[in-house]
Design a protein around this ligand. Structure first.
Ligand code: GLN
Length: 493
């Protein structure tokens, strides 16, 4: 076993027991990145020298006995998090040359706890996408291969596809992601790893490039549920710089992974049984429920009646907020500038050169639904539906402690699939977006393989600020699933 195969928890313990050094651990990861990243394109920036400096500092801290939660742990950081002195692009040409003069709160929390940043992970442009095909820096490859048709290049999911691909291929022990409509959970499912979108407000959005502010949730990826719990414990916490940050204590998430699910009530939302969903996903869902029943939980049918409006609601609110947030990229203050005859010409040239097709589509949809004549017909109605989606969850959670659903309606698809039809691409998010609209936590845990040997995830949904129950249920699924399949492309393979 090489160092890159360790779980985050095992690496932490090995560092503390002086079985290896942070320098060795970091160098092994950097070598793996050098070997595999030209193929996977999971990192857009590799911070070789900086990471080695951080590793030496971690070893010095360990030698002094100054041990923090993540001392010496190498991570990948989604390129949506501003990192002081390290280029941050949000997957866009428009931010291409931008080097932030400050550190996002979430990454500052990770650094405070001793983490090492290997580099910045590729992503869909401004986190808009489900395939990582919209990055200005090229597509990311999923390290998994179909048993049949093993030449097909699969997508890692999106928008945090670089983070998910890096963690699955053992190019990092964990990673940060953001989830606006599913961008942590869907790529986790596609890449056979774990990922949690916590409650809205649990992790600060300060210093995270904004997509849709009321829907954006930072959260972690890792290869185990416990590793995600350790990372979230460091990332979370109240931040006075984000007015939507929750002033609540951060519980011991890792301890919650060991809690029994005996006596818990697990809901099965009947509206998630979708026409046309592959049978193996339905079968895996039933298997997951059986595992939880065997572990002593009670399975309860629940209803989330407004689920069918979730996608339409999301694809009005998210573009509306995006069109407003992205107005700041005008070529004047930061990032790319294309000179023009006058100010207006400069704006138009900069934005035309800087934004890709999907981002332009969202800006157009967003400005349309917010425009004077259409605001009431689209945006206002979407806001009303959002309230109903939240009410569905609130009512269902009077009957159950958590819910179990599939994470996504398919396994990873091939690069180029679903590209001709944006609506088909948007359907990827059918099981994930309602949670963003409601702000409730959700976690994807790898649970099985499809007939072609590709990973499938199950989603655990929890009550607001009850990530502990989410971790307990996800860990129970993980223990029963014994998911130990490996991606074809990985360090040391
Ligand atoms: N796939 C969704 C979208 O394109 C969600 C993306 C995300 O969660 N950032 O908007």
């Amino acid at each position: 076993m090489t160092l890159t195969d360790l779980t985050l928890a095992a690496a932490r313990d090995g560092l503390r027991a002086k079985q290896f050094t942070a320098e060795e651990l970091t160098r092994t990861h950097l070598e793996a990145i050098e070997a595999l990243n030209p193929r996977l394109n999971a990192y857009v920036t590799v911070s070789h020298a900086r990471a080695m400096d951080q590793a030496r500092a971690a070893d010095a801290a360990l030698a002094r006995g100054e041990v923090r939660a993540l001392t010496g742990i190498p991570l990948a950081i989604k390129d949506l998090f501003c990192t002081e002195g390290v280029r941050t692009t949000a997957g866009s040409r428009i931010l291409g040359p931008f080097v932030p003069p400050y550190e996002s709160t979430v990454t500052a929390n990770l650094l405070r706890d001793g983490a090492i940043f290997l580099g910045k992970a590729n992503m869909d442009e401004f986190a808009m996408g489900s395939s990582n095909m919209t990055s200005a820096w090229g597509a990311v490859e999923n390290p998994w291969k179909r048993r049949q048709d093993s030449n097909a290049v699969l997508v890692p999911g999106g928008s945090s596809g670089g983070s998910a691909s890096a963690v699955a291929a053992r190019l990092a022990l964990g990673a940060t992601g953001t989830d606006t409509g599913g961008s942590i959970r869907q790529p986790a499912s596609f890449c056979g790893i774990a990922g949690i979108k916590p409650t809205y407000g649990r992790c600060s959005r300060w210093g995270v490039v904004a997509f849709a502010s009321s829907l954006d949730h930072p959260g972690p990826f890792a290869r185990t549920v416990e590793d995600c719990a350790i990372l979230l414990g460091s990332m979370a916490g109240h931040d006075p710089k984000d007015s939507t940050s929750a002033d609540r204590p951060v519980p011991d998430f890792a301890a919650a992974c060991g809690r029994s699910v005996k006596g818990m009530r697990i809901g099965v939302p009947r509206e998630y049984r979708m026409d046309g969903m592959p049978e193996e996903i339905e079968a895996l869902w039933q298997q997951g429920l059986a595992w939880l029943r065997d572990a002593g939980a009670e399975i309860v049918d629940v209803s989330l009646p407004h689920t069918k409006y979730g996608l339409a609601t999301y694809y009005i609110i998210a573009p509306a907020e995006a069109s407003s947030n992205l107005a700041r990229y005008d070529g004047v203050r930061f990032g790319l500038r294309e000179d023009g005859a006058d100010l207006r010409d400069l704006y138009e040239r900069t934005r035309a050169a800087g934004f890709g097709a999907e981002v332009r589509r969202r800006i157009m949809i967003g400005t349309y639904v917010l425009s004077a004549g259409y605001y009431d017909a689209y945006y206002l109605r979407a806001q009303k539906l959002r309230a109903l989606v939240l009410r569905d969850f609130t009512e269902a959670f009077t009957k159950v402690d958590a819910m179990l659903t599939p994470t996504a309606p398919s396994a990873a698809f091939a690069q180029g699939d679903n590209m001709d039809d944006p609506i088909k691409m948007y359907l990827n998010d059918v099981f994930t977006v309602p949670l963003n609209l409601a702000g409730v936590p959700g976690m994807s845990v790898p649970a099985g393989l499809d007939a072609n040997g590709l990973p499938l995830g199950l989603q655990v949904i929890g009550k607001p600020f009850d990530e502990e129950t989410v971790f307990a249920v996800a860990a129970a699924v993980e223990r029963a699933a014994k998911f130990d399949a490996l991606p074809a492309l990985r360090a040391g393979a």
